[in-house]
Design a binder for this molecule. Structure first.
Ligand code: FAD
Ligand code: NAD
Length: 478
């Protein structure tokens, strides 16, 4: 008996919807099941990324950066602005419009590619069947040759800070505040804590970040995270490291937060709390027990390099499987799996996935950190170049930060590029391309960059690997 669909995908976030579109492009008959209900109470596509993640957070980061610039950096350019007012409701409405325009775009792409959108909750059954429970409770079963699981992730909750209305919130609640909190506590100084903490600081909140670890942003290169910590503190973000929250008590006068650090117990009273302590995979109840779908100890679906699960013709991608919880990582996995299903040779390079923190300055990196190379005993050379020596950064009046290029000491192959500074979310792409092509620092150094650009700083950092940077004195002589 022929199957109803070639591929059924559970989840229409950036992993699932990209997989669906790529499968359809390859001539496969595809259905994509998603249970998301948007802010307007209607089913919608795009998952966390478009609805409550990447896109709304970046919309607010952009808007709040403009407000901050008007208040703090326009004067340096000789521009005086008076009567500047914040219309938070309008800022939020703009963010919501950005989200709805983009989610509607996915609806259009599904139609254009012939992907069938099935609204409801999906559960994997044996033999590549998916049980769907529609929003009205109606049940049906889809029959497929292949299934791709892309259920994404949700915010981790902690007993010390149970969510409460709009007072103790997760990242989704933090995108919806209707007024600027006077004092805002953030539990977790990771990516979300820093980005959303920055939004509210720029809009006028006094922001205290309580971070359990002693080291700030340990996933980034240590030199960069030290610089970032200095810059964020200078901006007024009150980052307290080694701070373990014990309890949060919401009352009439705000939230009383108790935390412990190396110096003892402390109490702070804040108006609101954002809990941003990580995300966990949405795999609870994703598969019927009799399927035998293998999860790891943290609940991620166990997959191989090409995202095959332990079940034949069942794949899993995105936040629900190992690797960084990043939209672009899930999307690449979606494309790879679609091509594998279509019988093509497909693989992806997990070593060059870029990471970006969209604060100001931005932080971006790809490849290996200096501390990891030291720990592995790999011999390497480093070239750095500060934006303070970049003509373009100076002209923009935004010259905080630096570019760091790390190359293998024996082969000169670029092993890692780490940047802190304005627009480095864009600059990192050239490093990713270089690493993907197996470029050496010499290749980057021989490439002609336009002047004046921030990108020239990548060129100069590559030149500095060999002590040949032009616009700074070189520590190392050529
Ligand atoms: P999701 O986007 O979570 O989508 C999963 C989808 O599956 C959802 O639509 C859900 O409704 C559906 N689903 C789940 N279970 C079922 C089921 N049983 N049946 C039917 N449907 C189901 N990443 C970046 O790369 N850059 C950023 O700037 C960035 N910013 C972020 C900001 C915030 C505030 C947050 C919270 C996250 C951010 N992320 C960012 C992370 C990014 O959003 C995720 O990595 C990405 O959304 C994961 O994609 P996904 O498709 O795996 O899962
Ligand atoms: P995260 O892992 O980046 O940071 C969580 C932080 O909370 C860590 O520093 C951790 O030490 C700390 N923490 C954990 N428990 C704590 C506790 N009890 N008290 C105090 N601190 C505690 O996670 P996140 O910021 O929640 O983000 C979740 C995921 O979403 C990340 O994996 C990230 O990849 C993704 N994301 C990416 C972007 C981006 O790419 N720009 C933006 C937002 C989110």
């Amino acid at each position: 008996m022929s199957k109803q669909y070639d591929v059924v995908i559970v989840g229409a976030g950036p992993a699932g919807y990209v997989a669906a579109i790529r499968c359809a492009q390859l001539g496969l008959k595809v259905a994509c099941v998603d249970k998301w209900i948007g802010a307007d109470n209607q089913p919608t596509l795009g998952g966390t990324c478009l609805n409550v993640g990447c896109i709304p957070s970046k919309a607010l980061l952009e808007s709040s950066a403009r407000y901050d610039d008007i208040n703090h950096s326009f004067a340096d350019h000789g521009i005086t602005a008076s009567g500047v007012k914040l219309d938070l409701a309008k800022m939020m409405a703009r963010k919501d419009k950005v989200v709805s325009d983009l989610t509607q775009g996915i609806v259009g792409l599904f139609k254009a590619n012939g992907v069938q959108w099935i609204q409801g909750s999906g559960k994997l059954l044996p033999s590549q069947q998916v049980q769907v429970t529609a929003h009205d409770g109606a049940e049906s079963v889809l029959d497929a040759t292949h299934v791709i699981l892309a259920p994404g992730s949700s915010s981790v909750e902690i007993g010390a800070a149970p969510l409460k209305g709009d007072v103790i919130v997760d990242s989704t609640g933090a995108l919806e505040f209707t007024e600027v909190p006077k004092r805002l506590g953030v539990i977790g100084a990771g990516v979300i804590g820093l980005e959303l903490g920055s939004v509210w600081r720029r809009l006028g909140s006094e922001v205290i970040l309580l971070e359990a670890q002693e080291h700030f942003l340990p996933v980034a290169d240590e030199q960069i995270s030290k610089d970032a910590l200095r810059q964020f503190k200078r901006q007024g973000l009150d980052i307290r490291l080694g701070a373990r929250v014990v309890s949060c008590e919401a009352g009439n006068k705000g939230v009383v937060v108790q935390y412990q650090d190396g110096k003892g117990e402390h109490t702070e009273t804040v108006d609101k709390i954002i809990v941003a302590v990580g995300r966990r995979p949405n795999t609870n109840g994703l598969a019927a027990d009799e399927t035998g779908l293998l999860l790891d100890e943290w609940g991620f679906v166990h997959v191989d390099e090409q995202c095959r699960t332990n079940l034949p013709s069942v794949y899993a991608i995105g936040d629900a499987v190992r690797g960084p919880m990043l939209a672009h990582k899930g999307s690449e996995e979606g494309m790879m799996v679609a091509e594998v299903i279509a019988g093509q040779k497909a693989e992806m390079n997990y070593d060059t996935i870029p990471s970006v923190v969209y604060t100001h300055p931005e932080i971006a990196w790809a490849g290996i950190t200096e501390q990891a190379l030291k720990a592995a005993g790999t011999e390497y050379n480093v070239g750095t170049f500060p934006f303070a020596a970049s003509g373009r950064a100076r002209a923009a009046g935004d010259s905080i930060g630096m570019v760091k290029v790390i190359a293998d000491a024996n082969t000169d192959r670029v092993l890692g590029v780490h940047i802190i500074g304005a627009h480095c979310s864009e600059l990192i792409a050239q490093a990713v391309i270089a690493m993907e092509m197996g470029a050496s620092s010499e290749d980057l150094a021989m490439t002609v960059f336009a002047h004046p650009t921030l990108a020239e700083s990548v060129h100069e950092a590559a030149l500095a690997v060999d002590g040949r940077a032009i616009h700074i004195p070189n520590k190392k002589k050529y």
